[in-house]
Write a protein that binds this ligand. Structure first.
Ligand code: ATP
Length: 512
């Protein structure tokens, strides 16, 4: 299966098994808005719990908040979103499709990189153990030709970005022969800037100054509550404030399922520190966040850092943690050193003093801040795309299994009476009643046991417990494990401990 096909299959699987539905589907859906179904909401909650506990329980100096979607309009002037939260968009006149001009150029550069990597792989195969990649990259004529092309376009792109030169964006697209993947033509409009914030009105008078925005990031809620949390929580610098919540962006290109949505959820943590120490904290949070990801066991090779060359107006250092999605390595999380930009601007615009008195240095200052920001939905997609497997079994059959890390799995244990009679359902219900206080369980009495196992595999349930006639006599059940498909008999009394060992979120937190 190509990566593209895998992605399509995944989207269909999400719908079929109650993970994700297109929003308002009975009205033919709403572009780039998705609803989470009965399985999806459990997985999503588990992801949030893993993050929330890692932040607010494992760090005594990180407090949580839950602030509102609506904020005073001045917030977005202070944050720079009113003036600068824009994407450069371009339309293809033939297909009538809209694209982000920067993405078109980045994809083009990505393809050149891919070509160079393929050339390297060919060399590796040809020269075997004697292969020296660095030397090969410096001497191979095909790579040198591609590299020169890459450097030229990349140089122009960075300069255009820095100068916000929209004409140059278009010229690069034309000069590189970038065509619309749908129409295949280079019949492009001019590039225009487009502000991504949604707006609505807060009162019913209809006055223009009633305009209010739906927050495009949760971080600003943290900044405006900084003083309240610092004072009431008696927080001492360095300390952090964490929040999980909805954010809204009127994305221009929204064709990548839940990777890029117009309504999505973020998990953000702002870490406040003494000016001058921010680089140390930036490095620390880069390392900490990477560890959080790798700890899930989805393969360290599937993550990489991508340091930003061009920094946002508020940052003095920034990196992305990228994940190997079915459509390539893309941003999963951003880590930014935001200096005193946000608190400083809120202080200026509100006229309220937002300062910290540092008893160690006897100085007052606006704290500096390092942000870690991850999309819940992107994390969901990372987990699901990595977990989806179409396996060929020894008996020639195939099965679809989601090998979701057990503590994140929507359902931890399925309870299955072998037949729906002879006292087996009653015993199965007793087992359910025993386990349901500790784990999300599912009771399923219908269809052959093989079919029921497949259904649970398809939603990633780590354990199935089967109750048969023998169970009534010996008080033992068959415990089947999802990934190995191994089955063993164990006493009902031991079930809780055996399942808990694998699925308990605390075990995951302990290895951080
Ligand atoms: P991108 O470059 O992909 O648009 P971004 O750099 O604008 O992302 P940030 O503003 O740094 O993203 O937001 C932090 C995180 O929020 C991202 O790493 C991503 O996980 C998530 N995120 C941002 N925009 C969206 C969206 N439209 N849909 C889903 N998740 C999003």
């Amino acid at each position: 299966m190509t990566q593209d096909e895998l992605f399509k299959v995944l989207v269909a699987h999400c719908k079929e098994y109650g993970f994700i539905f297109p929003s308002s589907e009975i009205y033919d859906g709403l572009a780039a808005v998705y609803d989470y179904g009965q399985m999806g909401v459990e997985l999503k909650n588990n992801i949030k719990q893993y993050w929330w506990n890692a932040m607010t329980r494992l760090n005594e100096n990180i407090a949580g908040v839950d602030t509102c979607v609506f904020m005073h309009p001045k917030t977005w002037v202070a944050s720079g979103h009113v003036a600068a939260f824009n994407d450069p968009l371009i339309d293809n006149k033939d297909s009538k499709k809209r694209y982000r001009a920067d993405n078109l150029i980045e994809d083009y550069l990505g393809k050149i990189e891919e070509k160079m990597n393929k050339e390297v792989e060919k060399g590796r195969k040809r020269f075997g153990d004697a292969f020296d990649e660095e030397k090969f990259r410096q001497t191979n004529p095909n790579i040198l030709r591609e590299k020169a092309k890459y450097d030229e376009v990349h140089g122009r792109y960075v300069a255009a970005e820095a100068a916000n030169d929209l004409k140059e964006y278009r010229q690069i697209i034309i000069d590189c022969g970038i065509v619309d993947p749908i129409s295949g033509t280079a019949n492009w409009t001019d590039v225009r800037q487009f502000n991504l914030m949604f707006s609505t009105q807060i009162s019913n008078t209809g006055d223009a100054d009633d305009r209010i925005y739906l927050r495009p990031e949760t971080a600003q809620g943290i900044f405006v509550e900084y003083l309240n949390v610092q004072k009431t929580g008696r927080m001492k610098i360095p300390f952090g404030i964490a929040q999980i919540g909805k954010a809204f962006r009127n994305e221009i290109v929204a064709r990548q399922f839940i990777f890029r949505m117009r309504e999505f959820e973020q998990m953000e943590m702002e870490f406040f520190c003494r000016p001058g120490t921010e680089m140390e904290w930036f490095r620390k949070w880069k390392e900490t966040r990477m560890k959080w990801h790798v700890n899930l066991g989805m393969g360290a090779e599937n993550y990489r850092f991508h340091d930003h060359e061009k920094l946002a107006h508020y940052a003095n250092a920034a990196t992305d943690i990228e994940f190997n999605f079915p459509f390539g390595f893309k941003e999963l999380e951003g880590i930014h050193s935001r200096t005193d930009f946000d608190l400083g601007n809120h202080q200026r615009l509100s006229g309220k003093k937002i300062q910290y008195y540092d008893p160690e240095t006897s100085e007052s200052y606006v704290p500096y801040c390092v942000e870690t920001s991850i999309g819940v939905d992107r994390m969901f997609l990372a987990v699901l795309s990595h977990s989806y497997k179409n396996e060929k079994l020894e008996n020639g059959e195939t099965r679809v299994v989601l090998s979701i890390p057990a503590p994140l799995a929507p359902v931890k244990c399925a309870v299955l009476p072998l037949v729906n009679k002879d006292g087996l359902p009653e015993m199965a219900q007793d087992v359910m009643n025993e386990l349901k206080f500790d784990f999300k369980c599912q009771y399923d009495p219908k269809d052959s046991i093989g079919k029921r196992y497949r259904r649970q595999d398809a939603v990633g349930t780590p354990f199935c417990v089967t109750i048969d006639h023998e169970s009534l006599n010996d008080g033992c059940v068959t415990l089947r494990e999802r990934d190995s498909m191994e089955q063993r008999r164990i006493p009902v009394a031991e079930l809780r401990a055996v399942i808990d060992k694998e699925v308990n979120m605390n075990n995951l937190l302990r290895t951080l």
